[in-house]
Design a protein around this ligand. Structure first.
Ligand SMILES: [Zn+2]
Length: 62
């Protein structure tokens, strides 16, 4: 799973989790922690991406 930071808006997306997860101005990270370390407090989670991720993870654990 790749984390993609839209460097223009400061929104953290997850690869293929929403329609905006491949912005033109972006930086890719291998983990959420890495992205946070890079962006500090300026990062906000994309609600769609994180909701979809949680849905996916809960399916896997069932
Ligand atoms: Zn997103």
């Amino acid at each position: 799973m790749k984390y993609i930071l839209n460097t223009k808006t400061g929104t953290l997306h997850i690869e293929n989790m929403c329609s905006k997860s491949n912005p033109y101005e972006k930086k890719e990270f291998k983990s959420e922690d890495e992205a946070r370390a890079y962006g500090r407090l300026n990062i906000k989670n994309c609600k769609t991406c994180f909701k979809n991720r949680d849905k996916k993870l809960s399916k896997i654990s069932l």
